[in-house]
Write a protein that binds this ligand. Structure first.
Ligand code: CP
Length: 312
């Protein structure tokens, strides 16, 4: 195994081999989460700071759980409870955090490039937990881990990603990750939510008709509309959006009969996905959440430089 990255800033910088190492490491860590005592000594003595300057349920909790299960000391700060509200800059906040000698800072920030900016200015490892509309690497890795579990492979899969492509960091990381692993990506949304040139990021075809986009695919990934990142309203009404771009029990049948339905969360039921489909037999949405803990354990371990996984 040779994972050379000190930071996890995005999937764009990773090779196929890097992704395979992360997925195999996550597979090995996953079993720990089924034990009565869900703790191994792998990162004992390491300090991890989870700095979340944007709202999060899944990513923040699973990074914290991942760190604790590896016996690291984990500490959380958020934008609203830190001195950022008093006007402190991101760099000053990070330098002050660094003075307390953490080994890893996990950061979610509303500005694209914030983790990269910090990685150039602090000495510890930086893990990107989502930066603006740029990348969400740990999400794409847990998505691909879930696809690999359910489909047995990534190479050759047809994956449709439907929704607000413009504002989605999940989609960018998934395009890089799936393309490097040999899958084909179909992106679909209203024209106002499809940024020009997105197809150049990987093995991508762009659609505006959802029926065409999901025909015979192996995987359907639905995205929510990111109202918080929209400066102009990009659609006439949510009702109309649901009619043309919502996944429902009728159009889901256009995909392969064994297709899986994914969603990174949080879901807006009745908008991009109907409750019948969100809770239906094809959904693997909570498997994604479960795999999120294992993937984040793998990332924290791999950037830590610790040599042994110590899983027993
Ligand atoms: N998928 C995801 O990033 O969810 P959270 O915003 O709840 O972390």
């Amino acid at each position: 195994m040779s994972f050379k990255h000190k930071h996890i800033l995005g999937i764009e910088q990773m090779s196929k081999e890097d992704i395979e190492i992360i997925l195999d490491t996550a597979d090995a860590f996953k079993e720990i989460n089924t034990r009565d005592i869900k703790k191994v000594p792998t990162l004992r003595g390491k300090t991890i700071i989870n700095a979340f300057f944007e709202a999060s349920t899944r990513t923040r909790l699973s990074f914290e759980i991942a760190g604790k299960r590896l016996s690291a000391d984990t500490v959380n700060i958020s934008g609203s409870t830190s001195s950022v509200v008093k006007g402190e800059t991101l760099e000053d906040t990070a330098r002050n955090i660094e003075a307390m000698a953490p080994d890893i800072i996990v950061i979610r920030h509303g500005h694209s490039g914030a983790p990269h900016y910090l990685a150039e200015r602090v000495g510890c490892s930086i893990v990107n937990a989502g930066d603006g509309a740029h990348e969400h690497p740990s999400q794409a890795l847990l998505d691909v881990m879930t696809m690999r579990e359910h489909k047995g492979r990534i190479e050759g899969l047809e994956v449709a990603i439907i929704g607000d492509i413009t504002h989605s960091r999940v989609v960018r990381s998934n395009i890089y990750c799936l393309s490097k692993m040999g899958a084909k990506v179909r992106l679909c949304g209203p024209g106002t939510m499809l940024p020009p040139g997105i197809e150049k990021l990987g093995n991508v075809k762009v659609y505006t008709d959802m029926q065409d986009a999901i025909k015979d695919v192996d995987v359907i990934m639905m995205l929510r509309i990111q109202m918080e990142r929209q400066s102009n309203i990009m659609l006439p009404s949510l009702r109309e959006y649901a009619r043309f771009y919502g996944l429902n029990p009728t159009n889901v049948k256009l995909a392969k009969s064994d297709a899986i339905v994914m969603h990174p969360g949080p879901m807006n039921r009745g908008v991009e996905i109907s409750s019948v489909v969100a809770d239906g037999v094809q959904n693997v949405i909570l498997d994604q959440v479960e795999n999120g803990v294992a993937v984040r354990m793998a990332l924290l371990y791999l950037v830590s430089g610790v040599e042994s996984m110590q899983t027993s």
